[in-house]
Design a binder for this molecule. Structure first.
Ligand code: MG
Length: 349
């Protein structure tokens, strides 16, 4: 039998032991299990063309996209991400990992990995969904395979991670994008049987009607959604009609990038068209991810150049689009009020 040692004597030894177990400064242990907080709807899946949570009920996600990591790495930090989740009420954040430009993944993979790791690990620890977005306009299948193989192996067992495998194809045809998607989905599914995969379509994710006519099939089709990107001042009713067409064909859709200004990311904000988009999405149980957490002097940058890297950001640190998105996200997360039933009268019967 062990001798009984008073706790006040034992405590200094316990603290000493714990100090010894803390990894040395700078030591990175990426494979250590993370303390995970479950995201709002648990493990997501696609049921009968719609996004559902682990309870089988519809899951509607709202959030923001960080800007290109190669230009705005300063916002890829734990405090900024926590502020977007806790203060702005984002259910989901998108990590836009730039591929082609200088400083992108192709010529600085270390920087891309550091930004993405921070985003994924913060999401897992704090309980929100994170999109690992291959933010590219051209196909790079070999590099994409390596990228998605690695993150699906490391993090595919957490329900927080969503893979966006090709941000916005510009020059590729749908058969080319489809073949690429099948290949990347197979790579991911070898490690992770179930997390969501987002598939783009030609012309900046606007030709999803082509996917509706010729979607992925077989084992590669499971838990796949097709991305819709819109910029409301340029993309109006014709693109909403395409959404109705695709949903009518039971194509699962996901708005992983959108905003209220022109497609250039600059120019005027069109709130009337934005409202029409929100109404369509809401009617169909769909959320949105708004572009973007960046600080350029342009309409789509939510923050000012003087904004801190970590937040929290008051209105004076936000450009008009940032103020609007923050308010919309907070309003969408208000708990539903219980509405008292009005007595029936001749007027409101
Ligand atoms: Mg999984």
């Amino acid at each position: 039998m062990l001798p009984r040692i008073p706790f006040r004597i034992l405590l200094p030894f316990l603290l000493l032991c714990e100090t010894c177990m803390v990894p040395a400064r700078g030591e990175h242990r990426p494979d250590a299990p993370l303390k995970s907080r479950p995201p709002r709807y648990g493990a997501l899946s696609v049921t009968d063309g719609r996004l559902t949570g682990s309870d089988g009920q519809p899951a509607v996600l709202h959030g923001v996209s960080l800007g290109w990591h190669n230009w705005w790495p300063r916002f890829y930090n734990e405090k900024a991400l926590k502020n977007l989740h806790k203060k702005w009420k984002c259910d989901i954040v998108r990590a836009a990992i730039g591929i082609e430009p200088d400083g992108g993944l192709l010529n600085d993979p270390g920087k891309a990995e550091a930004c993405l790791e921070t985003a994924i690990r913060t999401a897992i620890r704090n309980g929100f969904y994170i999109i690992a977005d291959w933010h590219s306009h051209k196909r790079h299948p070999e590099e994409a395979r390596a990228f998605f193989d690695e993150i699906s192996r490391k993090y595919g067992h957490y329900p927080h991670l969503i893979y966006e495998i090709f941000n916005e194809p510009t020059d590729d045809s749908w058969p080319e994008v489809k073949a690429y998607a099948e290949e990347i989905v197979r790579t991911i599914r070898a490690n992770d049987p179930d997390n969501l995969v987002l598939v783009g379509s030609p012309h900046w994710d606007q030709d999803f009607h082509l996917a509706a006519d010729d979607p992925l099939t077989g084992p590669e089709a499971g838990n796949v959604l097709y991305t819709v990107h819109f910029y409301a001042a340029d993309h109006g009713e014709y693109l909403r009609e395409r959404v109705r067409y695709a949903l009518g064909r039971k194509l699962p859709l996901f708005v992983s990038e959108c905003a209220a200004m022109e497609a250039s990311g600059d120019g005027r904000l069109d709130y009337a068209e934005w409202k029409a988009w929100e109404e369509l999405l809401s009617e169909n149980g769909m959320g949105w991810v708004a572009w973007s957490v960046s600080d350029k002097d342009e309409t789509c940058s939510m923050l000012t150049p003087a904004a801190s890297s970590e937040g929290p950001w008051n209105d004076d640190a936000l450009q008009p689009w940032g103020q609007f998105v923050k308010k919309r996200l907070q309003a969408l997360r208000q708990p539903a009020r219980s509405v008292k039933k009005r007595p029936t009268t001749a007027r409101n019967r």
